[in-house]
Design a binder for this molecule. Structure first.
Ligand SMILES: Nc1ncnc2c1ncn2[C@@H]1O[C@H](COP(=O)(O)OP(=O)(O)OP(=O)(O)O)[C@@H](O)[C@H]1O
Ligand SMILES: [Mg+2]
Length: 461
């Protein structure tokens, strides 16, 4: 699919039996940077359409032998995404309407002004690009439970993907909100790589990681001698992101002085390097992210309200993992695959009990925490199945301690069964009935096992 016809110099076929019209129109379009081919009649046009793809066909409606309507039909049959604009010399609106009915995008009546012709051509091409962009993004989302490298099948995440897909096609400023580890950076990248700017650079700046005194020069660049240590001129991240996307991460940590400068760039789309007086214009798409509550920061006078409104054009809130437990198994399996490959281990699956344990956890670190947990479980796993013990080892839970102790002391099967009952009771959040269901034992047996475990523990101490 040709997704970037606008960027790549669109091709136009001009069809008219009037040589003067062909000459004038092709010169006009070539001056605008289009690649133009001419055909003197309908037959020639159809032959050319069979040979190659044109982004747009500008065809006379009334021609001898083969009419404009036939050219239209051939163009649409061979390549449905080719735009057709009909030109009619007789101002016969009726036949133009007929052409539109049969799939032409627009029509022009002769004599038409240059400006009008160019406007219609450009508008049709831009519209086509937008439509295709949207259709492509829709495919990306509907085909799978993913967007870029993000996965999620929960309605909350699907909603995030839909919104992200919509803004990706535009240049709108996006603010990504969400707790740590919810995928903000991943989403910023996904938006960029699904946007018309995807061939341009994606430049990420972690505002919290750069010393306050250096942030301005990092963002806007500096001139030689602007400050001690500025031995040569250096372009900033805004310049590096030209024609691409700038991702300002941890935007809540930007000092007030820098906030004013940032506001100006967003308003005027121009700035000066530190120590410089040349004004530089920039063409970037801005995505910022924070896990702070910016509204509260505004109240505390730590964040400028005007800047907030500039950044918050399209807010996208990434839900915490605990708000979408249905994504946990999907993500766990995703990371299992990822790390099994990376670590080259024969771990094939996650046991039901382990999965239940994952569902039970509160996930303060969200997806990042889950990812780390799975990675470490694979490292620890000696068999083919990740089980509760591989996860418990990673958590500060008394059972984990007990289990690792037990390992060195060789537990009997009876003790293990008791311990397992205890763990499952935890998994079931203390609900004994549920624990019985998971273990497939009756209430009395569960009780015995728990009591046995307690007795053993007392005997130990
Ligand atoms: N929906 C998801 N699908 C797959 N991986 C994800 C998803 N969300 C997050 N991750 C993974 O979790 C980790 C954290 O994601 P990311 O760095 O994007 O989070 P963040 O919101 O920017 O966190 P922080 O606020 O701490 O910077 C990354 O390794 C990322 O690959
Ligand atoms: Mg981040």
């Amino acid at each position: 699919m040709n997704q970037s016809s606008i960027i790549m110099k669109p091709t136009i076929l001009v069809v008219d039996d009037d040589a003067a019209f062909r000459a004038v129109t092709s010169a006009l379009l070539e001056d605008e940077g289009y690649g133009v081919t001419c055909a003197a009649d309908g037959n020639e046009a159809i032959a050319l359409l069979r040979e190659r793809h044109f982004d747009l066909v500008l065809s006379d409606l009334v021609m001898t032998e083969v009419s404009g309507l036939q050219v239209l039909e051939t163009a649409k049959t061979l390549s449905p995404r080719t735009i057709v604009i009909m030109v009619t010399g007789f101002a016969s609106v009726e036949s133009a309407v007929e052409a539109i009915k049969r799939g032409a995008e627009d029509y022009l009546t002769k004599p038409c002004g240059n400006a009008e012709l160019l406007l219609k051509v450009e508008r049709a091409l831009v519209q086509r690009q937008k439509d295709e962009e949207l259709a492509r993004l829709r495919d990306v989302v509907t085909q799978s439970h993913s967007f870029g490298n993000l996965i999620g099948k929960s309605p909350r995440m699907q909603q995030v993907f839909r919104l992200a897909q919509q803004v990706a096609g535009t240049d709108a400023t996006v603010l990504l909100l969400g707790e740590t580890g919810t995928g903000k950076e991943l989403l910023a990248r996904a938006i960029h790589f699904n946007s018309p700017r995807r061939h341009g650079p994606f430049v990420a700046v972690n505002c919290a990681a750069i010393a306050e005194t250096l942030l301005e020069s990092e963002l806007f660049g500096h001139e030689r001698g602007a400050f001690t240590g500025a031995i040569r001129q250096k372009p900033g991240r805004f310049e590096m992101a030209e024609k691409g996307t700038l991702f300002l991460d941890e935007i809540g940590d930007i000092p007030m002085a820098t906030q004013i400068k940032l506001l100006r760039v967003l308003q005027e789309r121009e700035f000066e390097r530190v120590g410089g007086n040349e004004t530089i214009r920039c063409d970037i798409r801005l995505i910022s992210a924070t896990n702070h509550n910016l509204e509260q920061a505004i109240q505390e006078k730590k964040f400028r309200e005007d800047l907030y409104y500039r950044l918050n054009v399209v807010p996208i809130r990434l839900p915490a993992l605990r708000e979408r437990p249905e994504d946990i198994p999907l993500l766990a399996r995703h990371f299992l695959q990822k790390y099994v490959q990376a670590l080259n281990k024969p771990v094939a699956k996650i046991s039901e009990a382990a999965l239940n344990l994952l569902l039970q956890h509160k996930w303060p670190g969200n997806v990042r925490e889950l990812e780390n947990l799975i990675e470490r479980a694979i490292v620890l796993c000696t068999g083919e199945v990740i089980d509760v013990e591989h996860l418990l080892m990673l958590q500060d839970r008394p059972e984990a301690d007990l289990l690792s102790q037990a390992r060195s002391r060789h537990l009997t099967e009876r003790q293990l069964t008791q311990l397992y009952a205890r763990i499952i009771l935890d998994v079931a959040a203390g609900n004994k009935k549920e624990a019985c269901r998971i273990l497939d034992i009756n209430f009395r047996t569960l009780q015995n096992r728990l009591e046995g475990l307690a007795a053993d523990a007392t005997n130990e101490s």
